[in-house]
Design a protein around this ligand. Structure first.
Ligand SMILES: [Zn+2]
Ligand SMILES: [Zn+2]
Length: 646
């Protein structure tokens, strides 16, 4: 066996003795930034010894992999602190999750949030003590003996479920855990963490098992990054669309119809303003609006493929004409009952087929705002973000093969118009390609993927590839926006579909007089209005642009003497087309202002005797605290200048 190995680092190969640690290979990088390494693509400890030729790359603290190592190591640190503070507590599992980690414990008494500061203090003490973190490989049987002796029956159960002969154990100080790793080299690396909450959790997620005590926490590469994250979490809590929706009087939810919003009058104003805006765009971009049924014979869904692929997510109904009023959810159930549509696409093929189409008629662009129903599991429902009943700015374009790129380009332009107008500065694009399970040949897929890619390039749109994430019938462009809380939402999609025209036997007469298949493009720009409104409320904190604000102006009277003038001001504004109303209740001004702020009214107009005498108003903006006196006519002009997207 050779006593040397070849290491490739930054594209350069060099020879080092067998057994050199990856840390020694990476010794040029400041040690506080370096938390682990990637060896031939796999993330490992810095203490890992090189036995074979390998490509080595550093894993830096604030990279996604680096954060994962830090968070997992912090979960260990927490378990060490917990076991030293609460003797008799058994450990179970402690994985990394999005933005943090948790660890499930079996303590003598369940933890409460009051325990967290004490645990955190102990963690800081143990981190400072700079305990080296060491990996050892032991025989499976030895590990079982070890953990049995320690009284860690959950760990023993885990090891018994592992098929390998060898298992790895990580130790720090006198504490150890069965673990695959990798970990940071010592506890000193962990300096920016926070324990956030506690919860009950069943062992292995099974309600028949013992209830464990779960502690959640988060950790970052630096204190600054941790603070920034905690601030955003706080802001997200304050901006929760369910809370703001109630305070602003927009919508409610009730167990009488789980997952379906009840829009209150003010919520409907936002809903309709968005639809009006899309309708203006539709006129400009050449769309025709259609309305198709909500309820169809399941035969439709059998033809479209939804019966096969989506019926678990559909609300089904018996056929009122049949003798047996039962719902058949089996594979052949489509022969009997009805279903509420989960998507508009199958219905739109009937609109296409309503007339004989020629190549000159194409493209045809059919848009629909109908309600859609999807039988989401009750446990997954979440305010407006995940619902059972929704509307989309949904449209289907039927076009010729040679029109695809143009149509995609027009839609990309529309996406930019919409997200620019709605104040989302960061829009990202991905091209989702052929999934394992797909219809059509590989050549077809390559061609369609190239078409979508070219359209993005033509529009100077940079995009990433999202491999194997296309729909089973065709590739798609996925469009993501980042909100003010730095969260990413997939909102819009543009999908290419050769399958539906085939299944529904759609044709047009080409130039030569022969029948050809059109191509179908599915696309939505806001996506579901429900989800979009939820995102918008959290993005803006409820401070909507004037054209979307349910109540645009509230006139606040200072005293009974100016009631008439307050009503008059509100009346003038209403006649000018604004959503205004006067608050003439006999309450203190401070109280009225606070209520208007809570309702997120962009313009608060204060009127007192002075204003009534010279027919002026005192304007107080939701966005800026200073008030500003001006003639009533000047206010009307200012309101008219507020932007409305065309
Ligand atoms: Zn671990
Ligand atoms: Zn569709």
């Amino acid at each position: 066996m050779s006593s040397e190995v070849t290491v490739t680092l930054n594209g350069e190969a060099r020879v080092v003795p067998v057994g050199t640690t990856v840390r020694d290979v990476l010794n040029g990088i400041p040690s506080r930034d370096l938390v682990a390494a990637r060896v031939d693509g796999k993330v490992v400890d810095l203490t890992r010894k090189l036995e074979h030729d390998a490509a080595v790359e550093p894993v830096i603290a604030d990279s996604p992999e680096g954060l994962e190592v830090i968070r997992h190591s912090t979960a260990h640190l927490m378990a060490m602190a917990v076991q030293s503070l609460y003797p008799g507590t058994q450990v179970t599992i402690g994985p990394v999750i999005e933005d943090g980690f948790f660890y499930d414990f079996a303590p003598p008494a369940p933890f409460t949030v009051e325990d967290l500061p004490k645990i955190e203090a102990k963690m800081r003490e143990l981190a400072k003590a700079d305990h080296k973190i060491q990996r050892t490989e032991v025989a499976r049987e030895d590990a079982i003996r070890k953990f049995t002796a320690m009284g860690e029956k959950y760990k023993v159960e885990i090891i018994q479920g592992i098929a390998d002969d060898q298992v790895s154990i990580y130790s720090q100080g006198d504490w150890m855990d069965l673990c695959r790793g990798p970990h940071v080299p010592s506890t000193r690396y962990l300096k920016a963490f926070k324990l956030t909450s506690v919860a009950g959790a069943y062992w292995r997620g099974d309600e028949h098992n013992a209830m464990l005590s779960r502690i959640y926490g988060t950790a970052f590469a630096s204190k600054e990054a941790l603070e920034e994250h905690l601030k955003l979490v706080e802001l997200a809590r304050a901006r929760d669309h369910r809370k703001l929706g109630r305070e602003m009087g927009l919508y409610i939810f009730d167990p009488i119809s789980p997952g379906a919003p009840f829009y209150l009058p003010k919520g409907v104003i936002i809903f309709n303003a968005l639809i009006d805006y899309m309708r203006r765009l539709y006129r400009r971009y050449g769309y025709d609006e259609v309305v198709t049924p909500l309820l169809f014979k399941n035969e439709l869904f059998n033809t479209s493929g939804h019966w096969e692929n989506f019926r678990e997510n559909m609300f089904l109904s018996p056929d009122p004409d049949s003798d047996t009023h039962t719902i058949d959810t089996g594979p052949d159930g489509w022969r009997h009952g009805y279903g509420l549509k989960p998507m508009n696409c199958p219905g739109h093929t009937f609109v296409y087929r309503a007339e004989k189409r020629s190549y000159r008629d194409l493209p045809l662009r059919f848009a629909e705002f109908s309600r859609l129903h999807r039988a989401e599991r009750s446990g997954t429902l979440h305010g407006l973000m995940r619902v059972r009943e929704l509307s989309q700015d949904d449209a289907h374009i039927f076009c010729r093969e040679d029109q695809i790129e143009d149509e995609i380009a027009r839609n990309l332009q529309m996406v930019r118009d919409v997200y620019g107008a709605l104040g989302f500065e960061r829009v990202e694009f991905k091209l989702a390609t052929m999934p394992e399970q797909h219809l059509g040949t590989e050549e077809q897929w390559q061609m369609s993927e190239a078409k979508l890619g070219n359209a993005m390039k033509r529009n100077e749109i940079a995009f990433e590839i999202n491999p194997k994430e296309g729909a089973f019938y065709g590739p798609k462009i996925e469009i993501y926006v980042s909100d003010a809380l730095k969260r990413k939402w997939q909102v819009a999609t543009i999908q290419l579909d050769y399958n539906a025209p085939e299944r529904f036997d759609l044709t047009y007469t080409n130039r030569a007089g022969a029948e050809e298949r059109p191509v179908m493009i599915h696309r939505a720009i806001l996506g579901s209005f429900e989800r979009f409104i939820g995102v918008l409320i959290e993005h803006t904190g409820g401070v909507l642009p004037l054209w979307l604000a349910p109540e645009q102006v509230r006139v606040l009277s200072l005293s009974e003497k100016v009631e008439a003038y307050a009503e008059e001001v509100a009346g003038v504004l209403k006649r000018e087309g604004f959503r205004a109303h006067a608050d003439i209740r006999n309450e203190k001004l401070g109280f009225k202002v606070r209520e208007a702020e809570l309702a997120k009214v962009p313009y608060m107009i204060v009127v007192g005797e002075r204003e009534a005498a010279d027919r002026s108003v005192s304007v107080r903006l939701l966005r800026g605290a200073k008030s500003n006196a001006m003639p009533l006519a000047a206010l009307v002009e200012e309101l008219k200048k507020e932007p409305v997207p065309a």
